[in-house]
Design a protein around this ligand. Sequence first.
Ligand code: NAD
Ligand code: GLY
Length: 362
Amino acid sequence: MKSSAFIEVPVRIPGSECRVLVGRGLIQLTGELVRETGLRGACAIITDDNVARHHNAAVQRSLEAAGYRVHVFIVPAGEKSKAMSVAEDLCDRMIAAGLDRSSFVVALGGGVVGDLAGFVAAIYQRGIPFVQIPTTIVAQVDSSVGGKTGVNARAGKNLIGSFHQPRLVLADTDTLRTLPDREYREGFAEVIKHAAIRDAAMLDELDPDAPRETLGPLIARNIAIKAAIVAEDEREQTGTRALLNFGHTVAHAIENAAGYGRFLHGEAVSIGLAAALQISQNKSGLSAAEAQRVRDKLAAFGLPLALTPDLDTETLLAAARRDKKFAEGQIRYVLSPKLGEAFVAEDVTEQDLRTAIESLRT
Ligand code: NAD
Ligand code: GLY
């Protein structure tokens, strides 16, 4: 199969080169596509136990057929693996395997593996290249592109990390066939977020029953949205990239307060979006009808919109205060005045957040 059979999404991040391909059957071509990218040396595939079972053999076989020496490192599936101790252990195992500065990492899995393996690539021997092979919707539409890598700290999500751009991203939609239903549906929270901040028309095109193998164009459309934002503001300095945090202040607080792993990331984002819509209605004039359109779409994908009673408001607020989105004690909160548009507000108060969180209990 020729790589022209795939959708190539242009990603133009100043100072880095990243090729992004979307389509069916890409993982069978991993070796030759990595070769075309110019990567040499030995390779560390980092993956988790679920993904390894379904997809590692194809990736490993293809890399070996292209002449690469391959070492496979498997971590337990789930958010708990996004930890400094796991990153350190992987580095130790890579040193023991003889991987050096000319080696590269292949992150094969969802957002957890992508963030963790990307972080390992960023710190291993002061940084080696890496390739993303995202296998969830979250990872294909969001986390594999943009270069945010990292692990969680006890105090909060993603508080330890680095910007490190992948050299190649292969989003193979065939890998989505093995994704369990819950993990499949959670990914649409990030797609709906993209619609809310940049592409209102996309909202009506999202169909929970669409066959997974037909999702290539939708995934490419989402990568293009994300890539355009990252190209403008890679390091989240001007406020543009911060727009991607729509719904994430409360989402990260939920993940931290509930204990990593209880909610899937997309499920927490869905509840976080419900909070952001509420505050947008109160503070930036988002119409009730537009907010309801977004909530209806989240519900159509079976995503949660309400908080469970055990997550009390003050615990969530304390977790939110530790988030990176608090700058010198002030919340930088993303609001939408109209579907398809968003901005970073400086005037959202803790009381606004408290009121929105309380509204998620009814
Ligand atoms: P995940 O990586 O935990 O994957 C979800 C589950 O699906 C896991 O059990 C995994 O083993 C399994 N799985 C993955 N692919 C599979 C497949 N093809 N077949 C069968 N099982 C498969 O979760 P996720 O939702 O992909 O990612 C969430 C993480 O991504 C969070 O840590 C979040 O913070 C991070 N994230 C990062 C960015 C970024 O810009 N770096 C953006 C969004 C999310
Ligand atoms: N997922 C948020 C970002 O990449 O900036």
